[in-house]
Design a binder for this molecule. Sequence first.
Ligand SMILES: Cc1cc2nc3c(=O)[nH]c(=O)nc-3n(C[C@H](O)[C@H](O)[C@H](O)COP(=O)(O)OP(=O)(O)OC[C@H]3O[C@@H](n4cnc5c(N)ncnc54)[C@H](O)[C@@H]3O)c2cc1C
Length: 310
Amino acid sequence: MKPAAFDYIVPRTVPEAVEALGSADGRAQILAGGQSLILDMRLQRLRPELVVDINRIAGLDRMSTDGSTLRVGALVRHDAFVSARSVPGPLGALFARAAPHIAHPPIRSRGTMVGSFAWAHPASEWCAIGAALDADVELRGPEGRRAVPARDYFHGRHLTARRPDEMLTGVRFPLLGDSTGVGFIEHRRTHFCFAQVAVAAALTVRDGVISEARIGLVNCADRPVRAHAAEQVLIGAGAWASVDRRPLADGHPFARAGRIAAEQDAAPRPEPYADVEYKRHTVAVLVTRTLCQAVRDRRSRLAGPEGEPV
Ligand SMILES: Cc1cc2nc3c(=O)[nH]c(=O)nc-3n(C[C@H](O)[C@H](O)[C@H](O)COP(=O)(O)OP(=O)(O)OC[C@H]3O[C@@H](n4cnc5c(N)ncnc54)[C@H](O)[C@@H]3O)c2cc1C
């Protein structure tokens, strides 16, 4: 199929882009990487009257840190995160574990992280990490700027707090310190499919005890999920107990967190090749494994004077 006819504009500044969006009365779409938009237009799932191509706006391709947060601009491509060295500390390691799961290299070289937040697909790896870390989504509209935390931003499949005359200018993540270990594990049918289920985890461990836990679930509901109920089980649990043993004991906090994530946090929909029971089982297994991976990451990141984790 061919896209329906549309007008095309290439603004050079963010205010020009916002003005163009406002002029179209909700019938405009921004073109960032084009890796989802072009397909949606070719299949005529979207029929914008105006396409606003933001690729010539200077500065949107930048990442920056202020010591406590990382800001990712609207034109930073997925493949910027494949190397753990692009972003400081454990956040870079988490991004580097997730990025190779996003489609394949040509798509990663054009598609943008911020475009994924705009598209808001429940199977997006970045959106689940954003939910787990409660990233701030930065929006610019005719009335100025606002930042919306991920917990308020995602409203459903392709539904967000963004108004039609607003554009996303960036996403801001909290940087993670060296006492945090990270994990990311994805399950998909073939390399070219979206995830059936994936899990992102960040565990902060002090004196051998988990003091903070963040778990994000990919493709386990109509939107990216932060697994609050599972996280609660982990606070105060010893981090080093038996994570290298297979299988983990049923009563191990990570096994319990897996079951709780599957039963209480996830609200999976059936899809071809994965019914609800299968998806819940996969959530339980992957949460447990991802937590083990996060502890091993934490252990390797920081050792005490005797080589013991602290
Ligand atoms: C074969 C295939 C496999 C894929 N597999 C995966 C996968 O495994 N995981 C995954 O997460 N994604 C996957 N994708 C999607 C891909 O990652 C896209 O790059 C991403 O979803 C959107 O980013 P984009 O920059 O290409 O956005 P575009 O395609 O340009 O835009 C997507 C939507 O977001 C809007 N938009 C984009 N940027 C902004 C902005 N700054 N402000 C406001 N609105 C904006 C557009 O108007 C449009 O509605 C896949 C795509 C394909 C074609």
